[in-house]
Design a protein around this ligand. Structure first.
Ligand code: THU
Length: 134
């Protein structure tokens, strides 16, 4: 495992603190490691108009991409439940845009986590190649 991954896991756990989730009371923290070795965190941000809520992963990616990052090594995802919580389908698709080889670290605690690849969470994804006309 990449030595920076433990730090990334800790960042994802800490990020939950800023979750704005008064409706679900379910906090999610994401920490994203770019190929330039910068870390961007995100939390879920909910809204009284429920469907406008945004997930932690998309917040972290949007922060990074809007600061010029395009390539990423890994994302760590923690939640307020003592369980392995996998990213939702919308976030899998959103993250896939920036690389199918992303390591996705599903964090239950500092010591309990699962590392998987985004391609394994979204096989047969629709992506930029799907748009090319022959
Ligand atoms: N949530 C995330 O932040 N990431 C996911 O991948 C799954 C769900 C948030 C959205 C909502 O604020 C709360 O968790 C309950 O669905």
């Amino acid at each position: 495992m990449h030595p920076d991954y433990l730090k990334l896991i800790e960042h994802s756990i800490k990020a939950k603190k800023f979750s704005y989730s008064p409706y679900s009371e379910f906090s999610v923290g994401a920490a994203l490691l770019s190929s330039r070795n910068n870390i961007y965190t995100g939390t879920n941000v909910e809204n009284a108009s429920y469907s406008l809520s945004i997930c932690a992963e998309r917040v972290a990616f949007s922060k990074a991409v809007s600061e010029g990052e395009r390539k990423f090594r890994a994302v760590a995802i923690s939640s307020s439940r003592n369980e392995y919580i996998y990213p939702c389908g919308a976030c899998r698709q959103f993250m896939y845009e920036f690389g199918k080889d992303l390591d996705v670290i599903i964090v239950k605690s500092k010591k309990d986590f699962i590392i998987t690849k985004l391609i394994d969470l979204l096989p047969g994804a629709f992506d930029k190649r799907s748009l090319i006309q022959e």
